[in-house]
Design a protein around this ligand. Structure first.
Ligand code: PLP
Length: 309
């Protein structure tokens, strides 16, 4: 039994009317831990548990850490999540509610991650948030489900942080024979590490991350994500934080589901009338979800956007 659920694929009338296209929503926001991450994390945790792991270690205070905490509870294995001091109370509360041991360490993710990896011995498995073939294999199941419903879109829209979701979607498209279908990879202006890699011809690190879409805040994409851009049709699209936030708000009123700015970034392509959608008629949006923001925070961020320009 996998740890993720099969999610609905629904056609969006509001987004269809705005774009003049057929828009499908793959509702990963409905996964129990709040995002698609449980697909890959679940696959990895089951694998490592079968290989004898007695504890899972994560350094993510976001959706990846939540997925590991949930997987540990389901598999009856203890979980340690090391998070930096900047992690919100809401995120820590959600992690503890899943029974994880939360260790707060260091001023930044780098330091928390070093602490987390130092805890990994023979019997602990470190669960990476995006760079592990097991994760990609698990993420790919979302495309198996779409294909299983007989839908064959021209393009799939994904948000990109470290690129694990992109790798999973690409793998799923490949294994379902969608060789000529496109991927539209969306990032925010302050976290455009895939665009940077595509321009440089190899994964390179951004100097800094500056976005409210914290789940997209990987300084460098994994090599596999970059490689897919050479072997498949992958279009890079970039939106502003404000567009991502507005998309979160519109999506809540259109579909009654609150998503994080990371997911709003992908949806912003439909709400903003982006050129990246132009060549396509039938498009699946991965509604990747997100459990660590609330509406008050989105409103505060939006107010801050308004005052800065
Ligand atoms: C992790 C995450 C992303 C980005 O996924 P990557 O695999 O890091 O590219 C996007 N949206 C949400 C909600 C996430 O949790």
């Amino acid at each position: 039994m996998p740890l993720h659920i099969e999610t609905p694929l629904v056609e969006s009338r509001p987004l269809g009317l705005i774009t003049g296209k057929r828009i499908w929503l793959k509702m990963e926001a409905l996964q129990v831990p709040g995002s698609f991450k449980i697909r890959g994390v679940g696959e990895a945790c089951v694998h490592y548990a079968n290989a004898g792991a007695e504890r899972f270690i994560s350094s993510s205070g976001g959706n990846a850490g939540l997925a590991v905490a949930y997987a540990g509870r389901r598999l009856r294995l203890p979980v340690t999540v090391v998070v930096p001091e900047t992690t919100t109370e809401l995120a820590k509360r959600l992690l503890r509610a899943e029974g994880a041991d939360v260790i707060v360490y260091g001023a930044s993710w780098q330091e928390a991650n070093e602490k987390a990896t130092s805890l990994v011995g023979k019997t602990e498995a470190f669960i990476h948030p995006f760079d592990d073939p097991l994760l990609w294999r698990g993420h790919a199941t979302m495309i198996d489900e779409v294909a299983g419903q007989g839908i064959q879109p021209d393009a799939v829209v994904v948000a990109v942080g470290g690129g694990g979701l992109l790798c999973g979607v690409a793998e799923g498209m490949e294994r379902n024979g969608w060789h000529d279908r496109s991927i539209i990879a969306v990032e925010t202006v302050g976290a455009a590490s895939l665009r940077r890699a595509m321009e440089a011809g190899e994964p390179v690190a951004l100097e800094r991350i500056a976005t409210v879409a914290t789940s997209l805040g990987a300084k460098q994409v994994c090599r596999r994500a970059f490689e897919w851009t050479n072997t498949r049709k992958v279009t890079s699209a970039i939106v502003t934080d404000e567009q991502a936030l507005r998309a979160c708000r519109s999506f809540l009123s259109d579909h009654r589901i609150l998503v994080e700015p990371a997911c709003g970034a992908a949806l912003a392509l439909a709400y903003g009338g982006n050129d990246a959608l132009k060549p396509y008629k039938d498009i699946v949006f991965i509604v990747c979800g997100g459990a660590t923001t609330d509406m008050e925070q989105i409103d505060r961020w939006l107010a801050a956007c308004g005052s800065s320009d």
